[in-house]
Ligand binder design. Structure first.
Ligand code: SP5
Ligand code: ZN
Length: 343
C-alpha cells in the first residue's frame, strides 16, 4: 500500500491547548506522525512517497475562500498584534442570539469567527503543515484514480473537525473531504467517507451535509458526553439533496470491540447500499483503550479486525490519518488497521 508522507508536518508544533481549565501541552504533536512513519517502515508497508503540490484550487472546492485567506495570513497578523513567541488561540465566540454580521477586522475577532475551540493553536508553520497534509490526501486520491486499490495519506495536522469555514479539534483543512471531493471531480459518481476516529467528524459532516453524492458515516463517542458536543447525534441525517446521506453512530463511553464491531457492520451495510466508487476512511486511532483523552476500549489487535472489516467493504480505499494520542502505541495501532486491510 502506497504511503504519502511529508516532513512538513513538523511545522505544526503548537505549545499548548486549553484543557480542564489549564493550558496543557498539545496532544496533537509531531511525534505522532513520526511513530506512525517508523512503524510503516518496520512492517514493510509502502513505498513511502512525498506528496505532489496541488495548490489552492482543490482546497477551494470544499473550503470558503475567505477562510483559506484567513488561515494563510493569520499568523503574520497575530505576530503584528502580539509578538511571535506565543501561539494564536481564540478567546471569543458568537453564541446563539448574538449576530455574526461581518468578518471582524481584528485578528482576535477573526480567530473566534473562524474557530470553535481553544485547543487548536495557529503557529508560524500551520499553513504550510496543513497544506502539506492536504497534498498528502490529494496525492493518495490521485493514486486511487490511477487504479490503486488502496493508499494511506499520513496526514498531520488532522482534518475531520475542519468545516467549510472553520477550524478546531486540532484541524485546519479537511484532508478527507478534500480527497473525497477530488475523487468526485476525477470521475467517481459517488464517494463514501467512513470516519472511525473516536470523535465525531463534524467538519466532514458539515461540508457534505446537503450532498447526495457523498455519503458520510461516522462511529464516535456520543456527543452528549464527548467533544465536539454539538454534533454527531443519530438524528442528524443530512439535508436537502443530502437527506439520508449522513449516518451518525454514536457509542457510549467504554465501548469495546464487541460494541464497536456491531456499529461497524451497520456502517458497512449502509456503505454497501450506497454503492460508492471509492471509500475514504478518516482513520483516527483514539478509540484505543490507552488513549489519554478518549474513553473507548479497543485493544491493539482490534485494529487488525477493523482493517479486515473495512477491506470487506470491497472498495478502492484511501486511508487518511486523523487522531490518536497514545503516541507510544499509535504506530502499531494505525499499522494494524492497514495490515488488517491488506491480509
Ligand atoms: C482529530 C482529533 O482527534 N481531535 C480531537 C480534539 C479533541 N480536543 C478536546 C480534547 C479534550 C480532552 N479533555 C476533556 C476533558 C474533559 N474534562
Ligand atoms: Zn479524534
Amino acid at each position: 500500500m502506497i504511503v504519502i508522507y511529508s516532513e512538513e508536518h513538523r511545522l505544526q508544533a503548537g505549545r499548548s491547548e486549553l484543557n480542564d481549565g489549564q493550558l496543557v501541552p498539545c496532544y496533537e504533536k509531531p511525534s505522532r506522525a513520526d511513530i506512525v512513519h517508523a512503524r510503516i517502515d518496520v512492517v514493510g508497508l509502502g513505498p513511502v512517497v512525498e506528496p505532489s503540490r496541488h495548490g489552492l484550487a482543490p482546497l477551494e472546492r470544499v473550503h470558503d475562500a475567505g477562510y483559506l485567506g484567513f488561515l494563510q495570513s493569520a499568523w503574520d497578523e497575530w505576530v503584528v498584534e502580539h509578538g511571535a513567541e506565543i501561539d494564536a488561540l481564540p478567546l471569543n465566540w458568537v453564541a446563539p442570539g448574538m449576530t455574526r454580521r461581518s468578518v471582524p477586522r481584528s485578528i482576535d475577532g477573526r480567530l473566534g469567527f473562524y474557530s470553535f475551540d481553544a485547543g487548536t493553536p495557529i503557529t508560524a508553520g500551520t499553513w504550510r503543515a496543513a497544506t502539506a497534509a492536504a497534498d498528502c490526501a490529494l496525492t493518495g486520491a490521485g493514486r486511487l484514480r490511477e487504479g490503486d486499490r488502496s493508499a494511506f495519506a499520513l496526514c498531520r495536522p488532522p482534518g475531520h473537525h475542519a468545516g467549510r469555514a472553520f477550524y478546531g479539534g486540532y484541524c485546519f483543512l479537511n484532508n478527507a473531504a478534500v480527497a473525497a471531493q477530488s475523487l468526485r471531480d476525477g470521475g467517481a459518481a459517488r464517494v463514501a467517507v467512513l470516519d472511525v476516529d473516536y470523535h465525531h467528524g463534524n467538519g466532514t459532516q458539515e461540508i457534505f451535509w446537503d450532498r447526495g453524492d457523498v455519503l458520510f458515516v461516522s462511529l464516535h463517542a456520543d456527543p452528549a458526553d464527548e467533544f465536539p458536543y454539538f454534533c454527531g447525534h443519530a438524528d442528524e441525517r443530512g439535508g436537502g439533496a443530502g437527506e439520508g446521506a449522513n449516518l451518525n453512530l454514536p457509542l457510549p463511553w467504554g465501548t469495546d470491540w464487541n460494541g464497536y464491531a456491531q456499529a461497524l457492520a451497520t456502517a458497512a451495510g449502509r456503505i454497501g447500499a450506497f454503492a460508492p466508487d471509492a471509500l475514504v476512511v478518516s482513520l483516527g486511532a483514539d478509540t484505543y483503550g490507552g488513549d489519554p483523552i478518549s474513553r473507548f476500549r479497543l485493544l491493539s489487535e482490534d485494529f487488525l479486525r477493523m482493517g479486515a472489516a473495512i477491506a470487506g467493504m470491497g472498495l478502492p480505499t484511501l486511508f487518511v490519518m486523523e487522531g490518536g494520542y497514545a503516541v507510544d502505541d499509535l504506530g502499531v495501532n494505525v499499522a494494524n488497521v492497514l495490515t488488517g486491510f491488506l491480509e
